[in-house]
Design a protein around this ligand. Sequence first.
Ligand SMILES: *[C@@H]1O[C@H](CO)[C@@H](O)[C@H](O)[C@H]1NC(C)=O
Ligand SMILES: *[C@@H]1O[C@H](CO)[C@@H](O)[C@H](O)[C@H]1NC(C)=O
Length: 498
Amino acid sequence: MRLSLYIGLVAVFWALSILILQAGKKQNPFADFSSPPSAPEAQEQIKQAFLHAWKGYSKYAWGKDELCSLTKSGNNWMYMGSTIVDSLSSLWLLGLQNEFQNATEWVEKYLTFNSSNTFTSFFEVNIRILGGLISAYELSGQKVFLDKAEELGKIMAKAFDSKGFPPSYYNFATGEGNTRKEIRTYSIYGPVYSPGYYSLAELGTLSLEFSALGHHLNQDHYKYLGSQAIHLILNSFESGIFPNGIYNDLSHTNTYSVAGEGDSFYEYLVKEYLHTGSKNSELEKAAIDSINDIIEKLLQQDVAGYYYLGLIKDGEFISQMDHLACFFPGTIVLAAERLGFSNKERLITIAKELAFTCYNMYEQSDSGLASEIVNLHYGIKYPWFVDNHYALRPETLESLWYLYDLTKDNIYREWAWNIFQAIEKHAKNDVAYAEIENVNRNPPNQRGCLPSYFFSETLKYLYMIFSDEEIIDLNTWVLTTEGHPLKIKTDYTNPNLK
Ligand SMILES: *[C@@H]1O[C@H](CO)[C@@H](O)[C@H](O)[C@H]1NC(C)=O
Ligand SMILES: *[C@@H]1O[C@H](CO)[C@@H](O)[C@H](O)[C@H]1NC(C)=O
């Protein structure tokens, strides 16, 4: 017994020291990467990356929602050509006029909203399709985009319940809604379901798109639908951080985070306040209180000193940071500069620290690409208990853009360029780009398809980081959670909310 325990312990220490040595020996994946070329040259290379992906999509998946470059085929889940619609604003900003023209023709001739007889995420249709169309209208002035947005808006408007809550899933062809429910308990008659369940983000990520639509069409009903659920939440819960899951009867879960489920609710408090001319004091107060409370409750430092935003589940703090939460430094910067905070300098310092952590999620992996989720209990470097795939996500680049825009500090361009080179090295293939299976392999395997946000966000933020003149001036524009620019509407009038 004694001996086997001793041997066991030795084996454990041996295994641990190997792991620690391995982690310590890790090569910096960016060691042989070049520093950024001149800004115009960097932009040219990013534009070529966009064109490479666009050509693959045009050749193998034109009109489909997304391209699967590994199988050279197209994939539909919304049946709304979402890569085309989601790319419009980027094509415009990158100056790809011929491609924009082709995409416009497709929208005019072929875009319909009733091709799929299945349930589709209402949230995703809103941010990718409705937002993409309205932004294309605002950028180009072409009426076809507003007409299509109105056609979609009419279908979407029918989906809300009397509280102003949208369904989670919606059949855009038949008008049938579906909201998530979960089994709470069992009775002799069978399972007893919860009331309808909504994520906070689903309820709070309609305001920008619907207020823009209502503004252009001069119809308060759309403005109302975009903001009523938020108004109800702000009136029903204490201000600060909100629960990630809310039921139809306003009971709620006890999970709090700025990653998936919560994320864009907070982003839209800030951005809708700016988008509607910085007049709505209800939104401003909610945004200030929530950002301060999120920092107070979720900000922690790991053993190596990195600041991160964890999550709280049923009262327990969980030391993980999701890549999805890496948009938050950018939102802090935007809010700190433009809303009435009394602690602006501290907020900017925190945003810089968090962006540094997000960048380190790339630099400390083996491939130079970031994990979907890292567990910071043992430090960023240790790839234990995490989700190791990289889904071509934009959030870190998004935050680097806000920080570069504010500070003009070249370090953000250097970081962005390293991330771009890792994408080029590992996620590119002869057709386009693909997701990465495990970022802690070098070289890693590719997998899956090419999400449309790679066009609307990842490459757009990269391109903007290397723009010497302001393509998007934050005094005039806000970017939706899908990266679509919407003009700030100083003459916006608020609808009556209940
Ligand atoms: C536009 O579409 C036409 C017809 O499908 C195609 O031949 C052409 O290559 C496209 N142009 C661009 C710039 O994508
Ligand atoms: C789908 O919508 C289009 C308008 O966008 C309409 O012309 C067509 O008839 C509709 N199809 C069906 C099957 O309802």
